[in-house]
Each structure stands twice: as C-alpha cells, then as structure tokens.
Design a protein around this ligand. Structure first.
Ligand SMILES: Nc1ncnc2c1ncn2[C@@H]1O[C@H](COP(=O)(O)OP(=O)(O)OP(=O)(O)O)[C@@H](O)[C@H]1O
Ligand SMILES: [Mg+2]
Length: 236
C-alpha cells in the first residue's frame, strides 16, 4: 500500500503563505487528522498534494516518487481521491450523474460496479439517485461529495472539512460511514477539520497546524489529553 510523505511544503499565493513548511507522513491504511483553525493551511496542504497549487516548495512523494508537476488528473490515477471543502457537487446534475463524474479514470463496467458500492455505503444516495444534487440536504451533499471522490477507488483519500455546517447527528453518521469505508477498503485518509473533537475520535494520529506550520503531531489519544490541545481546540 502507498505511503505519502510531505517535507517542508510551502504554498504561496503571491505574497501570502498558504503553508510555511509542512511535513508529515501518512502511513498505509491509517486515518490522519489535519487539525487547525481558519486559515491554518489545511486546504492548501490538501490542494498541494493533489497538484492544485502552483509551484509548491518542498517535497510531496508517493512511495518515494515526487508528485510535484503532475496534473490533478494524473494524481487521481495514481490512487489519490479528493473531496473539496464546500462539497462542490454539481447542483443541476442528478446524484447518479455526479457519481459518474468521479469515475472518469475507470471503465464503464468498473464504474457501474463502483456506483453500487457507493450506494451500499450511502443508501440515501440510492434513494435519491435521480434527484438533482442541488435538492439534497447539506449532509446528503456531503455524502455525495465523499461518494464521488471514492468512485475512482483511491487508496488515499483527502477529505476537506466534511463536518462544516452540518448538524451534530449528521456529522456522527458521516463519521460512522467513514469508519466503515476505511475498514472495508483499507483506505488511508487525511481528514482536514476544524472540528477537532470529532476528527480526533475518528483518526488514529493527528497533525496540528497553526499559521501554516505543524505545531504538534502524535497519536489522537495523546492529543486528546494534551492540555494545550484541550484549551485551544476542544474548549475544555
Ligand atoms: N487562493 C488564495 N489566494 C490567496 N490566499 C489564499 C488562497 N487560499 C488560501 N489563502 C490563504 O492561505 C492561508 C491558508 O489558507 P487555507 O485555506 O489553506 O486554510 P484552512 O486551514 O483550510 O482554513 P479553513 O479552515 O478556513 O478552510 C490563509 O491565510 C488564506 O487566507
Ligand atoms: Mg480549508
């Protein structure tokens, strides 16, 4: 199984730094939480992995091979799936059509099989297969965004702020499904989240980002006990 490694990742938007030297490793089959406040650099980190930012500095490697300079479509073909912040489903297309878009790197038979798999994880999507994505609730749209990203059957899944704006009961439901998918597919996941309590409950390990830098990293169970983390991110 692949191993993703970042070292000294610096993302620039003109004079603004999106990240300022981020480094961490994603082990095979693990769920890693990437925790930080607004503007900490979570999305910039995920976008850099997927080849969506210009000229990142530092290294991004998958099994020792550099991903820098590859197009996002090439990176998806190497087995990395991405669900962006804000979900970005196509509101005028049906649930089914949105899922099909996620399968562009697969042939028809594989895509058909994969849709059924995604429906098994998210029965709600099957019920609403012919509805426009724009008519779904926020939680259902989030499920669709996750399902679409998983259509390519990635081995690494980059998931940006799935809990944003959703009711706690829906967030819990999505967490349960993520655990199920992770176990069934042996996926490695990077879960970028402001909702630290939730992310730390799902992930085995976590990286804390502040102002574009890694300030803490360790097992989720240890970070949950860390006084600094409790004060800054858990409000206790
Ligand atoms: N396209 C852009 N142009 C200019 N600056 C940007 C751009 N995208 C992000 N930034 C800046 O880069 C820094 C990191 O932003 P990023 O979106 O990576 O943070 P984040 O941790 O994902 O935050 P949030 O939790 O709000 O999504 C912030 O200062 C942000 O304002
Ligand atoms: Mg973000």
């Amino acid at each position: 199984m692949p191993n993703l490694k970042l070292d000294g990742l610096r993302v620039r938007y003109g004079a603004i730094l999106g990240t300022d030297g981020v480094g961490f490793e994603l082990a095979s089959g693990e769920t890693l939480a990437l925790i930080g406040a607004n503007g900490a650099g979570k999305s910039s980190t995920l976008k850099a992995i997927l080849g969506m930012v210009d000229y990142p500095e530092g290294s991004i490697t998958l099994d020792g091979r550099s991903l820098k300079g590859l197009r996002p479509s090439e990176i998806v073909r190497l087995g990395i799936g991405y669900s962006p912040e804000g979900r970005r489903v196509f509101p005028q297309l049906s649930v089914y059509e949105n899922l099909k878009i996620g399968a562009y790197s697969r042939d028809r038979a594989e895509a058909a099989e994969r849709v059924e798999r995604i429906y098994a994880y998210f029965p709600r999507l099957k019920e609403r297969a012919r509805q426009n994505a724009g008519s779904l609730s926020g939680g259902e749209q989030q499920m669709l965004a996750i399902g679409r990203a998983l259509m390519s059957r990635p081995s690494i899944f980059l998931l940006d702020e799935p809990s944003l704006g959703l009711a706690p009961v829906i967030v819990e439901r999505i967490g349960d499904i993520l655990r199920e998918i992770q176990a069934a597919e042996g996926l490695s996941v990077i879960l970028a989240e402001q909702n630290a309590a939730w992310a730390l409950a799902i992930a085995r390990r976590a990286v804390i980002l502040e102002l574009g830098r890694v300030t803490l990293t360790g097992p989720a169970s240890e970070l949950l006990e860390n006084p600094q983390v409790r004060r800054a991110y858990l409000g206790i």
